[in-house]
Design a protein around this ligand. Structure first.
Ligand code: MF3
Ligand code: CO
Ligand code: CO
Length: 278
């Protein structure tokens, strides 16, 4: 059974209880989402061959500090960094380190900034120099998957409609959807109800209602969907070592559709498309 409660009355995650936010929540998420998007825009300039992912972490840490925000991942469940950097066959939760980026790499940067208690969670794919055609194609399809999921995120639909739209698109391109990680409700909490699966059956799952706030963050693989976690306890990689891509927005359900809180002020949400346009 699914129940819905006024978010103001809900202080911690309760399984099966989905908070519904009012104007205060939407205003808070707008501000947090826009600051996160601004940081991801700035990071575009730093992603280049020779740059270690630790530099991206430092840029995000200093940006947050200078803007009165706190990176949500810092000291989250023992994680010690301001963002995640997931390179090539890394699916998600890649840890920034001193290894330099190389021409042809694809890297996902996933950042969550807390502003006035609200969490803005977003990730994008950044190309390092020139990419192979198959890496470009993977990134294109992953962005299309997120767009298809967002188009299905409206009142009257069910969460399963979001997953079904994403799965149909990815598998239609002979790519696969990772099952082990899901989108999530968020707000004053980093991870709240509902879970948003990126695969599934239309009409299943909780009904989508105005006031819900959650992420959609599909992870798409060129090969098979299976992942394993490395011995660091965080890094998730594809078992078959094929390339993986992800992109993520935080959204709020309105009366007619949804509002995207983490859209890019500079139009850089898909850096590959932005580069092609120039
Ligand atoms: N930002 C990730 C998400 O989209 C969560 C990262 S948790 C971490 O939900 F600890 F791995 F950083
Ligand atoms: Co994220
Ligand atoms: Co997320």
């Amino acid at each position: 059974m699914i129940t819905y409660v006024d978010a103001a009355a809900k202080a911690r995650r309760t399984p099966g209880v989905i908070p519904l936010h009012g104007e205060e929540g939407f205003a808070g998420m707008r501000k947090a989402g826009q600051l996160t998007a601004q940081a991801l825009d700035i990071l575009t300039e730093y992603v280049e061959p020779g740059v270690p992912t630790a530099t991206l972490d430092k840029v995000a840490y200093e940006f947050a500090r200078d803007h009165g925000a706190v990176p949500a991942t810092l000291f989250y469940k023992g994680y010690r960094h301001s963002l995640c950097t997931s390179l090539n066959h890394v699916v998600c939760h890649g840890i920034p380190d001193e290894r330099p980026l190389r021409e042809g790499d694809i890297v996902n940067i996933d950042l969550t900034l807390i502003v006035d208690g609200w969490h803005g969670d977003s990730s994008r794919m950044y190309p390092v120099g020139e990419l192979s055609r198959k890496a470009e194609r993977l990134i294109e399809v992953t962005y299309e998957c997120l767009e298809a999921g967002i188009a299905a995120a409206r009142p009257g639909n069910h969460t399963g409609d979001i997953g079904a739209a994403i799965q149909a698109l990815a598998e239609g391109e002979r790519m696969s959807v990772v099952r082990d990680f899901v989108g999530h409700g968020l707000g004053r909490l980093f991870h709240d109800e509902p879970n948003i699966l990126h695969f599934g059956t239309p009409g299943t799952g909780p009904e989508i209602k105005p006031g819900m706030i959650f992420t959609i963050e599909p992870m798409i693989n060129l090969g098979r969907p299976h992942v394993k976690i490395l011995s660091d306890g965080w890094t998730a990689v594809t078992r078959d070592r094929t390339l993986s891509a992800q992109c993520e927005h935080s959204i709020g359900i309105t009366e007619t559709g949804c509002e995207i809180f983490t859209s890019s002020p500079a139009g850089l949400f898909n850096p590959l498309a932005a580069r092609a346009a120039n």
